[in-house]
Design a protein around this ligand. Structure first.
Ligand code: HEC
Ligand code: HEC
Ligand code: HEC
Ligand code: HEC
Ligand code: HEC
Length: 186
């Protein structure tokens, strides 16, 4: 199910892109070191895809070549696309989340007694961007919106524990990943 939108985006982008071979090769080399010759058709198509979808990343990367930049995931900034994507299959992920992320990050399953639903379910990218974000911690959304994207505001706010929390960040009291108790309070 989760693969569908990704594939769709790829197909649309491939369809739309009519850039020149050299341009594609340039972009591709930029992201993947030692890419095949531009004569290679599939390499070209991945190049086109990157060219269209990651213009922003490219621009950011250009200004941040010298030093790591806030808001950019280091493996993305360092062009380690292959640590998550398989080039030979049009960029499919090399493994599902959360294992994809646990290649480099501490496994929350071993860290906490109780895991938050989306963490256990490998939905890291419901909260984090895997590439870059204008928000701290690569977050997709900030403040209460991060949590109320899934939790129903009315249901949350009516409980005793939440009376008068106003605009407070949910993460002031809750750990977003898991914890030692049922509600993973900090
Ligand atoms: C830390 C793992 C990781 C790294 C490193 C990474 N990606 Fe991704 N990428 C993902 C995930 C996960 C998705 C799917 C997004 C989702 O599930 O919401 C994705 C999606 C994409 C997409 C589909 C469109 C989009 O943005 O959602 C493109 C294109 C892409 N990545 C290109 C790249 C390129 C180019 C690099 C290297 C510069 C790279 N990625 C590095 C994990 C990664
Ligand atoms: C190839 C190694 C690698 C993989 C795979 C990887 N990360 Fe990271 N990630 C890093 C490094 C290195 C840092 C920076 C040092 C740190 O905070 O540990 C980082 C930092 C982060 C941060 C903190 C960013 C900040 O601004 O402080 C988040 C959030 C994150 N990664 C989420 C993810 C998620 C979600 C995935 C899976 C989709 C993932 N990572 C996969 C290497 C990786
Ligand atoms: C419900 C939203 C949510 C989900 C799902 C989520 N995170 Fe996070 N993550 C956060 C928030 C919020 C922070 C900011 C730090 C904090 O508040 O503790 C964060 C911080 C991080 C950091 C920075 C260092 C740290 O531990 O604080 C890493 C790495 C990270 N997350 C990885 C992951 C991985 C891997 C997954 C999937 C297994 C994941 N996150 C799932 C919300 C989430
Ligand atoms: C991607 C969807 C999603 C997001 C985003 C999300 N949650 Fe959850 N949350 C769930 C699911 C699924 C469960 C497990 C189902 C349940 O127990 O009701 C859960 C359970 C919880 C629980 C335990 C509920 C209980 O009955 O003890 C707490 C507390 C919680 N979430 C807090 C948060 C906080 C705080 C945030 C923001 C940092 C957040 N959630 C963001 C999906 C999400
Ligand atoms: C002032 C601290 C605080 C803030 C801020 C806070 N919570 Fe809670 N939350 C609690 C406490 C305390 C509990 C009850 C814990 C228990 O009984 O196990 C709780 C319980 C929950 C539960 C479990 C089911 C329930 O309602 O009892 C969910 C889900 C939850 N919070 C989500 C959220 C979300 C989403 C936000 C942000 C909109 C948020 N919380 C902000 C302290 C807080």
């Amino acid at each position: 199910m989760r693969k569908l939108p990704f594939l769709l985006i790829l197909l649309i982008v491939i369809y739309l892109s009519g850039c020149s071979t050299t341009q594609n090769y340039k972009t591709l080399s930029f992201f993947f070191d030692g890419v095949p010759d531009p004569a290679n058709d599939s390499a070209n198509r991945v190049g086109s895809m990157i060219n269209k979808t990651d213009t922003v990343a490219l621009a950011l990367r250009t200004v941040s070549k010298a030093s790591p930049q806030k808001g950019i995931h280091p493996p993305y900034q360092d062009k380690q696309c292959k640590s998550c994507h398989d080039q030979s299959t049009m960029g499919k992920l090399i493994k599902p989340q959360p294992d994809l992320c646990y290649q480099c990050h501490v496994n929350f399953d071993t860290k906490y007694k109780v895991l938050h639903g989306p963490v256990a379910g490998g939905q890291c990218t419901m909260c984090h961007s895997p590439h870059l974000s204008v928000n701290p911690d690569l977050l997709a959304r900030t403040g209460q919106a991060l949590c109320l994207y899934c939790h129903e505001s009315g249901t949350v706010m009516e409980t005793e524990a939440h009376k008068g929390i106003k605009e407070a960040n949910c993460t002031e009291c809750h750990n977003p990943h898991g914890g030692e108790n049922r509600s993973f309070l900090r």
